[in-house]
Design a protein around this ligand. Structure first.
Ligand code: MN
Length: 371
């Protein structure tokens, strides 16, 4: 089997999230971090957007990272020229492929869409660029039209095809069927680009890879348009543990890059966010905490260290005597059975009142009161 590669688009689709704007320093930091953990390809922006974006792209190109850098373009020659002016050697050319998109953007004139693709592709190839072609709204496209379009792009010299589930309406089974048909008909690799409108972006990306796609777009924290994209940390860890595909990425820094991008985006993640949420290795309930203390595999799918996270035993409303004693012992406090029960009752009362678990300090001061 050929190697599956991540093509991370935090700096393009991720930044397109409503209310998100990275500054130059943040873009540089994110690009460097992605490169440092071993992401082999990064989509870094849209040169046609104007001077500030061009400056950011050119600055990232000048970093001479290991990763291949890609710029996003419409099928417009001036877009490609703007990408070239930034120093990019790889371009992605996006065309709409569904009736609804071609109707809205090209008055239904699909011949014009194909003509613009051929012209811009030829121009890019003449400049010696690597060209990826993307089918916007591939998931809702007529399957025969999609196949004919991709075969034409391949014939004209495209090096890869991006299958976009632009509005996130596929499920993993349909994704597998559609991508399998393309993969078996094409000689160029297929790339997955999935959106999370129904919470299936990561699942659909995995389904596409299972069907033979060899490249996958991700964003850190799943940042992106509307409900976002397939999350880098989820795709990497799910491929590693569920599909047994190790991409060679340094997973021990996934929490760190998640925090970097969360800060740059200005939004906190929910504590239960898959892989990198602050609760993914926190245990409060008596039964779970007791199990984890016996053997972490009871309630953890993998070791927290693998993503740079730490296990936390949290005392709160659902905690039991065993967990409470264990946490107190870590602070050198040993209580008899009666005292333990009394502290536990106080913990339950206070965490119900506060609607959260207790901090270590709060717990210790409760013990002080009860002793
Ligand atoms: Mn997208």
């Amino acid at each position: 089997m050929n190697q599956v590669v991540i093509n991370d688009t935090t700096l393009r689709d991720g930044e397109q999230a409503a209310g998100v704007a990275f500054n130059l320093e943040e873009k540089i930091a994110i690009a460097k971090f992605l490169d440092a953990i071993g992401v082999p390809e990064i989509e870094i922006g849209i040169a046609a957007m104007g001077a500030a974006e061009q400056q950011a792209i050119a600055t990232i190109v000048d970093l001479n990272l290991q990763a291949h850098l890609l710029g996003w373009n419409r099928a417009v020659i001036s877009d490609i020229q703007a990408s070239i002016a930034c120093g990019l050697k790889r371009v992605h050319i996006s065309i709409p492929v569904s009736a609804i998109q071609i109707g809205a953007k090209f008055q239904g004139n699909w011949q014009l869409v194909l003509q613009k693709l051929q012209d811009s592709l030829n121009f890019a190839l003449d400049q010696g660029l690597f060209v990826s072609v993307g089918g916007e709204d591939s998931s809702r496209a007529d399957e025969q039209f999609l196949l004919d379009t991709v075969l034409a792009a391949q014939e004209w010299g495209a090096s890869r095809f991006r299958f976009c589930d632009t509005v996130g309406i596929l499920d993993p089974f349909t994704t597998h069927d559609k991508v399998k048909k393309l993969v078996t008909s094409l000689s160029i690799p297929v790339e997955m680009h999935t959106h999370n409108d129904f919470g299936l972006a990561t699942a659909n990306a995995l389904a596409g890879i299972k069907a033979g796609a060899l490249s996958v777009n991700t964003t850190v924290n799943g940042l992106g348009e509307r409900a976002g994209n397939a999350a880098l940390e989820e795709v990497v860890m799910a491929l590693k543990h569920l599909s047994k595909i190790d991409l060679g990425i340094d997973t021990r820094r996934l929490l760190e890059i998640s925090q970097l991008v969360a800060t740059a985006s200005g939004y906190n993640l929910p504590p239960w966010k898959a892989i990198v949420g602050e609760n993914t290795f926190a245990h409060e309930s008596g039964i779970h905490a007791h199990g984890v203390m016996q053997n972490p595999h009871t309630y953890e799918p993998f070791a927290p260290e693998e993503i740079g996270q730490e296990r936390r035993l949290v005392v709160g409303k659902h905690s039991g005597r065993h967990l409470l004693s264990n946490v107190l012992q870590q602070h050198g406090i040993i209580l008899n059975s009666e005292e333990t029960q009394s502290v536990l009752n106080a913990v339950r009362q206070e965490s119900t009142q506060k609607k959260r678990s207790l901090t270590t300090q709060e717990l210790l001061s409760l013990v002080g009161v009860k002793q």
